[in-house]
Design a protein around this ligand. Structure first.
Ligand code: PMV
Length: 331
């Protein structure tokens, strides 16, 4: 009844922003991401009739309030589906700085889903685990089940059985692909993705334009990945990110996740591109910028970013493995 899982964080190249069904976490659009080799969560889960209550420990701190309920609501859903009565103990750790403003919910909920399914002996397929992870507090967790480049299918059915993630190519396919995570602010975001995207769907006048443009972005990114074409993948990912931020800016009340350091990196990347260096940026629901480039250009880009921008931290990473079970338990 005890199991431990490791799951990678992921960065979307075509973003997920908006749910057509909140309860089932069904997206309005498909998305494509890359799972990251150097940013991951390890989670140990144990269900036992001996436990008197549920306990959740995240990065050494006992979770309370919203942090606790976000995790336990998801576990309750699993307990309901599989008729489990036992209390649970969950201990979870990120290998990257927690307060770094990096998305930890995708890796966290992917690791939690896999560890729960193993601890309960559910024998689920990867597809089923990705569907279950989709229903967590973080829909993008469904993508973190797989390694390499991953597509989360929008699906059409009302029950969500065709909205799951699938690997496009594994982490070894494109060995030169790199992401430079540039941390410009370590603050936690004020508005969660779930709440932010709900406001966007309800109020942004540009939402239809976003949806109409997605299929083309998905098609171009898929073919760019297969061809290992950094210009194509980078330019489509950057444009897709800017479209998502246009939705955010045009939401009422507006979602402005950028800080001055974010724009410094954006302008620096554009300047490097003017000088013929193939580098592109993408930004999620926060201020930090992820730079997409090839292995050979990492050093030069890193030096310029450190020199020209107020960067607090830089992590260079590449495509990594998907979620997996390990024997090294956290308790
Ligand atoms: O999966 P959530 O609810 O954490 O939302 C993820 C939203 C973005 O990171 C902005 C986009 C994405 O596809 O990862």
């Amino acid at each position: 009844m005890k199991a431990t899982a490791i799951a990678p964080s992921n960065i979307a190249l075509v973003k997920y922003w908006g749910r057509r069904n909140d309860r089932l976490v069904l997206p309005y659009n498909g998305s494509i991401s890359v799972s990251l080799n150097d940013l991951f969560t390890r989670t140990t889960v144990e269900f036992s009739s001996d436990f008197k209550e549920d306990i959740v420990v995240i990065n050494g701190e006992v979770a309370e309030g919203e942090k606790f309920s976000r995790v336990i609501n998801f576990v309750n859903m699993i307990r309901d589906i599989y008729s489990i009565d036992d209390h649970v103990k969950i201990v979870s750790e990120n290998n990257f700085p927690t307060s770094a403003g990096l998305a930890s919910s995708a890796s966290g909920f992917a690791a939690l889903t896999l560890a729960c399914s193993k601890a309960l002996g559910l024998n689920l397929s990867d597809k089923e685990i990705s569907i279950l992870a989709r229903r967590s507090g973080s829909g993008s967790a469904s993508r973190s089940i797989f390694g390499g480049f991953v597509e989360w299918h929008r699906g059409n059915r009302d029950d969500g059985t065709d909205s799951y993630s699938e690997q496009i190519v594994d982490e070894k396919y494109w060995r030169d692909f790199r992401i430079i995570v540039s941390i410009v602010a370590k603050s936690e975001k004020k508005i969660s993705s779930a709440r932010g995207m709900k406001y966007t769907v309800e109020t942004s006048p540009f939402y239809k334009g976003w949806i109409d443009s997605i299929d083309n972005d998905l098609k171009r990114i898929r073919s760019g990945i297969l061809d290992r074409d950094i210009e194509l993948v980078g330019s489509v990912a950057e444009h897709n990110c800017l479209k998502m931020h246009s939705l955010m800016l045009s939401t009422v009340p507006p979602l402005i996740y950028w800080v001055p350091g974010t724009l410094q990196v954006i302008h620096t990347i554009h300047k490097l591109r003017d000088d013929d260096l193939a580098c592109y940026f993408t930004i999620d629901a926060g201020p930090n910028v992820k730079v997409i480039c090839s292995k050979n250009d990492v050093k030069e880009i890193e030096d310029v970013l450190t020199d020209k921008c107020s960067i607090e931290d830089i992590i260079v990473t590449k495509p990594g493995k998907g979620a997996r079970i390990t024997n090294s338990h956290l308790f």
